[in-house]
Design a protein around this ligand. Structure first.
Ligand code: SAH
Ligand code: MG
Length: 215
């Protein structure tokens, strides 16, 4: 990957990201930004995220895209993953549509992007990631996988999306826990599969792991 000097995340975007609802610790968000910045400087295409939720990580990816006049695409059906449903560990009752009792994170995502000034940089696709992948044909500078975390869904996202990463680009995986005591093993299985497939580990920041594609 090209060595580039990476500016800080702009303060107003960082502030919005920190305040946003979601699952992206600051240090991991900053690492995500830095990797996206580097990937955009090295590889063609936009950055793509699977798992938008309320836009917390999209602030970091969007900040990198904005800095380089590029785009970030973010995909989510906005109905929540299994572990976010009522009664599960990551349920948040304030992201439930009172009319239907279903998770609805799109309005909050829209507010986050508006506050961050990223409405014209971050393009949301509302739908199932695999359904969107069936229609996809654009090379990507980076893919960040943070959607469904079960092994089968996480591997399916990897199979569907990693192939679109341009040479020199970055594959980023969230919630990678080597020790089952720390969390579910789906994303770690994806990391193992990616290494088997020849992806080269670049960095680990908390549960965020980045790999690059050999040319
Ligand atoms: N990146 C977010 C957190 C994502 S949580 C942050 O920074 O906070 C995981 C998200 O993935 C949920 O919003 C859920 O709706 C979405 N998701 C799960 N499975 C999906 C699928 N198959 N297609 C699209 N989105 C999915
Ligand atoms: Mg996550």
């Amino acid at each position: 990957m090209a060595t580039v000097s990476i500016p800080e995340v702009p303060a107003h975007i960082e502030a919005v990201a920190r305040a946003a609802r979601g699952y992206m610790p600051e240090l991991e968000g900053e690492a995500l930004y830095a990797k996206a910045y580097q990937a955009l400087a090295t590889a063609n295409g936009p950055v793509l995220e699977i798992g938008t939720y309320c836009g917390k990580s999209a602030c970091y990816l969007g900040a990198a895209a904005l800095a380089q006049g590029r785009r970030c695409i973010t995909i989510d059906h906005h109905r929540g993953s299994e572990e976010m449903q009522v009664g599960w560990e990551h349920h948040d009752a304030s992201v439930v549509d009172p009319a239907t009792q279903r998770i609805e994170s799109l309005p909050e995502f829209r507010r986050t992007m508006e506050r961050a000034g990223l409405e014209s940089t971050v393009i949301a696709i509302v739908g199932d990631s695999l359904a969107v992948a069936e229609l996809w044909s654009t090379p990507l500078a980076m893919v960040f996988i943070d959607g469904g975390h079960s092994e089968s869904i996480a591997l399916a996202d990897y199979d569907a999306w990693a192939q679109w990463i341009a040479p020199g680009g970055v594959l980023a995986l969230h919630d990678v826990f080597e020790d089952p005591a720390d969390g579910g093993q789906g994303p770690f299985r994806v990391w193992q599969r990616a290494v088997e497939d020849g992806w080269v580990p670049l960095s680990t920041t908390g549960s965020l792991r980045c790999l690059t594609r050999a040319n």
